[in-house]
Ligand binder design. Structure first.
Ligand code: ADP
Ligand code: MG
Length: 688
């Protein structure tokens, strides 16, 4: 017999509109918190709790201490204050131990909802004001299920017009629905690790019965988040390992030959990374490796060494760059590194004319062109390789962590994959987001680099900085000037960079006007290329640019990096800019300008002045702004509610459990609920 429901309450997938008191306006406000459905609301966890669980007799109430009192109302009344005509509700409360005066401002309705004789909880701080007075306390009538006081009270993330106080009763009423949430952690794991069930954890995390139970609820919820992520990563790893890649035999003689032809000796870190990569690509399972090294640590040559190996094996590689400017530079560098070995390098970017493009595509398809350098956008289109063995992506985070290359080739082999980044990723974060990734670190800089002297230039010293720049240019050096995007409408920075150019040419360095040039997003590729070439040849002395030059550009003769509106950039980005200079033997400088007087901004900029290491700066950024901004990871969709990405123990536990489960049940055939939960991660890990 079908079960009859006496009262039809909301169900998890209903819109929040089914709740009483949720208007269009409220719905929009909830949407701002990411809440659309009843389920979202139920899973909207509090940020923290206020401990109002201890009830204090009135006689023990002390000024300045948050206290909860349980008392009866002796008197209550409302009146207006004389001076500001504010509505004032005043009550005298009493318990066995004494009396307490309570006042509420601007809540005249209280005098109607609270009555003499009611027993209430009030929670707040008392002041000495001709006797103890508690001002604007939270209050609630005594009941079996208190919401706002007399317990651990949830504090939610709020938005304008939507307070914790509003959310509390709404969420509390939904708690019975927690039983309908699917339990997706394997039963065996729940028992063995003694984790709270999902339903119980959701209830306890909102309205904990005690502090230890709150801890256990949090522990369970953090674990489930990290576990699902780790299962997804392990699945991706297993799927990858099951595919076949071209094997590129390790050839020690060839490797030595490549190193010998270099104009410098490799650092130990470069040597180790190259070794790891050459070992990886010699295996039939596709490599998935991140080459991580600070700006200027020399990642390109490591990549070129791998491409050299691939070409010698008669196979192809592709190197993708985030911008056209950078793709061109990579093509030049790689070409010069591979030229001694008669290995051809093709460059394919958006502006490559059809007449050049056609024959290049043909030789790619026929396998005659061993190395292609280009922008990412282009490769996705229609380029076909005959035997693509290695895909390398520079600064992949700019494309999105989950994005995989849509490169097609005639063979059904999966290419080995190498991504390169100068964005330092804390170790735990790497483990978390990239459970499926091996990491090579370039921890060492090429010898002879001098640290870039960095200074925050106050407005009154601006003229000095300009004089300094003039001296450097006279001595034959070159200068970058970076402009921030100031207006939303100026997305490509055309206006701000143009204004800066005019200022420098007209007012500051009129004698150098013809040697100052502009680089921004609106320029045609040919124009960009002409500007870059002029700068590379040294004809252009001062390059005014938007953040296009952020990554990669290598101009050893540039010694000054001047950054306008420095407060508008992230620390990692500023560090990247600074890395554009100090690439030659000469002493280099980075000048930061700002109009901001905001102490938080000044603190961040000061960090760039005092710290040289990108890793240190990344950690500081993490402290000051949270991990999400660190490298744009938040944009990839997975934000954690409970788990901390810096909790190494949690991560390794979750990873071990994921491995254990998949060893036992590789297809998760016995875990349908977990499989459903995983679908959310499909995009991030490209599971298919
Ligand atoms: P990044 O890691 O920032 O991509 P690059 O690959 O552009 O760094 O290298 C920066 C500069 O350092 C280049 O001019 C490169 O030729 C040079 N370089 C790389 N490795 C070494 C080395 N071992 N010794 C000296 N110079 C090096
Ligand atoms: Mg680089």
């Amino acid at each position: 017999m079908p079960r009859l429901r006496v009262v039809r309450g909301p169900s998890l997938d209903d819109s929040v509109r089914v709740l009483t008191g949720v208007s269009d306006k409220t719905q929009a406000r909830l949407a701002r918190l990411g809440i659309a459905t009843i389920r979202d609301l139920l899973l909207f966890f509090p940020r923290r709790h206020e401990d109002f669980s201890t009830i204090t007799p009135i006689a023990f109430v002390r000024p300045g201490v948050k206290t909860t009192v349980r008392a009866r109302i002796y008197e209550i009344g409302a009146h207006q204050t004389k001076y500001k005509r504010m509505a004032l509700t005043e009550a005298i409360l009493g318990d066995d131990s004494g009396r307490l005066r309570v006042v509420w401002f601007n809540q005249p309705w209280l005098a109607n909802s609270l009555h003499e004789g009611d027993e209430i909880f009030v929670a707040g701080e008392a002041d000495m004001n001709g006797g103890l007075v508690m001002k604007n306390p939270d209050h609630e009538k005594v009941s079996l299920r208190p919401q706002n006081v007399a317990r651990l009270v949830p504090i939610y993330r709020e938005t304008e017009g939507l307070t914790s106080k509003w959310l509390r009763p709404k969420i509390q009423a939904l708690l019975p629905l927690a039983d309908e949430l699917e339990e997706f952690l394997p039963g065996e794991l729940l028992t063995r690790r003694r984790l709270m069930t999902r339903a119980e954890a959701v209830r306890q995390v909102h309205y904990p019965s005690s502090a230890p139970l709150l801890d256990r609820a949090r522990e369970r919820l953090a674990f489930e988040e990290m576990f699902v992520l780790q299962v997804a990563a392990q699945l991706a790893k297993r799927a990858r390992k099951a595919r076949t890649a071209h094997t590129v035999p390790f050839d020690e003689l060839a490797a030595r030959g490549f190193v010998k032809a270099l104009p410098f000796a490799l650092t130990n870190a470069q040597r180790a990374a190259a070794w790891q990569i050459l070992q990886d690509i010699a295996r039939p399972q596709p490599m998935n490796r991140l080459l991580e090294g600070d700006v200027g640590s020399g990642k390109t040559v490591v990549a070129a060494m791998a491409m050299h190996h691939v070409a010698r094996a008669g196979l192809q590689s592709v190197l993708l760059a985030p911008t056209e400017v950078l793709a061109r530079q990579h093509a030049d560098v790689v070409q010069s590194l591979l030229a001694p070995f008669q290995i051809d390098v093709g460059l394919l970017v958006g502006s490559t004319p059809a007449t050049a493009r056609k024959p290049m595509m043909a030789s790619l398809m026929e396998g005659r062109l061993p190395v292609l350098v280009g922008t990412h956008a282009l490769i996705e289109e229609d380029v076909q390789f005959r035997d693509l063995a290695l895909s390398i992506v520079d600064e992949q985070h700019r494309f999105g962590v989950g994005q995989r290359l849509a490169v097609r080739q005639k063979s059904d082999r999966t290419p080995h994959f190498l991504s390169m980044t100068a964005t330092p990723i804390p170790r735990t974060l790497g483990l978390t987001l990239f459970g499926d990734l091996d990491i090579s670190l370039l921890t060492e800089m090429p010898p002879g680099r001098q640290p870039v002297k960095t200074g925050l230039v106050p407005p009154e010293k601006r003229a000095n900085a300009y004089n300094f720049i003039r001296k450097e240019v006279t001595a034959g050096r070159q200068v970058f000037v970076i402009c921030p995007l100031i207006q939303e409408s100026d997305k490509l920075g055309v206006r701000s960079a143009t204004a800066e150019l005019e200022k420098l040419q007209g007012d500051v360095f009129p004698e150098l006007a013809s040697r100052i040039a502009l680089l921004h997003g609106r320029l045609k590729p040919a124009e960009k290329e002409a500007v870059m070439a002029g700068f590379q040849r040294g004809e252009i002395a001062i390059l005014v640019s938007t953040s296009v030059v952020e990554v990669g550009i290598d101009i050893p003769n540039a010694t000054v990096m001047m950054i306008e509106g420095a407060d508008r950039f992230g620390l990692a980005q500023l560090h990247q800019f600074r890395g554009r200079v100090g690439r030659g033997a000469a002493e280099s400088w980075c000048f930061l300008f700002t109009d901001s007087e905001d102490p938080a901004s000044m603190k961040r900029l000061q960090a760039v002045v005092t710290h040289r290491s990108g890793f240190d700066l990344a950690e500081i950024d993490l402290e000051l702004r949270g991990w999400g901004d660190l490298a744009g990871y938040r944009q990839h969709g997975k934000d954690f509610k409970m788990a901390s990405l810096l909790d190494a123990a949690l991560i390794s536990d979750a990873q071990a459990e994921a491995v254990r489960l998949l060893d036992r049940d590789p297809t998760l055939a016995g875990e349908p609920a977990l499989r459903r939960q995983l679908s959310a991660y499909r995009q991030v890990f490209a599971l298919d």
